[in-house]
Design a protein around this ligand. Structure first.
Ligand code: ZN
Length: 289
């Protein structure tokens, strides 16, 4: 299989922060998230990146909600989408709560934020060395591929430090997050610089927040990366027009195709990223249906 012309589309459906008042299409309940996951997979996404919300709509690391959502995705028998769970879905969660869902869901991918910074205007995104060592060990031992979310250049060096210690296992997979105030701005220069810094043999994906979304998507394709779209990252499809998750995936499919490449299927994404190939909870759920 020639995977050189395949671009993985990740759909980040919900996120931890953006309220539904800004876009009523943000999926909040496990059933809404599962429905959007299915629709995005149908539209061409290979991976869905999952966050949970509580009954007030705030980000939560409630492990029961992660389990419930993944079971609802599994109930759609034809859907082989790759599951990617956040480990940073609630700034109030303890370090243990941020990883409590991992052994229950055993997603093929989970996020790994390798640095701390001021998430402006009023938050601190804390990922201490002790937490990173523990989270990396948990993900490694469960066979979960860490998606190294990189908000700033120094975070790459931290990831390499844990790779040297054997806590992260090469080839590493990076997700460049551009446009959060406190991290790197969503500029093509920053993207080019980040791509130069990662170890050879790594895979990478990128996205820009808000207005940075399209410039970073086009630049990412030009530089040979994979892409992420979704309401976690921007709520507008175009100026003044609210987006839906499937519409953002459909546009990415068109852009990739026009560029002369093809969206990767979940099976191809598994091969490109070296994933386990199955989420146990999905298999268990289907066996019971
Ligand atoms: Zn996320």
């Amino acid at each position: 299989m020639d995977l050189n012309h395949k671009v993985i589309i990740s759909a980040a459906l919900t996120g931890a922060v953006t309220p539904q008042s800004l876009n009523p299409h943000i999926p909040i309940t496990p059933e809404e998230i599962a429905q959007d996951a299915y629709a995005c997979w149908r539209a061409g996404a290979a991976i869905v990146h999952l966050h949970m919300r509580d009954d007030e709509g705030l980000g939560t690391m409630d492990k029961a909600k992660f389990v419930d959502t993944v079971q609802r995705i599994a109930a759609r028998q034809d859907c082989d989408v790759v599951i990617n769970c956040t480990t940073a879905g609630d700034h109030r969660a303890t370090e243990d709560e941020r990883m409590a869902h991992l052994p229950l869901v055993r997603p093929e991918i989970a996020s790994y934020d390798s640095g701390s910074f001021n998430w402006m205007p009023d938050g601190v995104f804390t990922n201490s060395p002790a937490f990173l060592e523990k989270l990396g060990t948990v993900e490694r031992d469960l066979g979960i591929k860490p998606e190294l979310e990189i908000f700033d250049t120094g975070h790459i060096g931290i990831a390499q430090y844990y790779a040297k210690k054997g806590i992260l296992v090469a080839p590493l997979h990076f997700q460049f997050v551009l446009g959060v105030l406190g991290g790197l701005a969503a500029t093509v220069d920053n993207l080019v610089h980040l791509k130069r810094l990662i170890p050879e043999g790594s895979t990478w994906s990128a996205f820009g927040i808000g207005r940075g979304h399209l410039p970073i998507m086009y630049a990412t394709l030009a530089l040979g990366g994979h892409v992420r779209v979704g309401l976690e990252d921007n709520v507008y499809y175009s100026k003044g027009v609210l987006a839906t998750n499937p519409a953002l995936v459909e546009r990415a499919v068109r852009v990739i195709t026009e560029f002369g490449q093809e969206p990767a299927t979940p099976a191809e994404a598994r091969q490109i990223l070296g994933l386990r190939g199955d989420t146990e909870l999905v298999a268990e759920t289907r066996a019971k249906l």
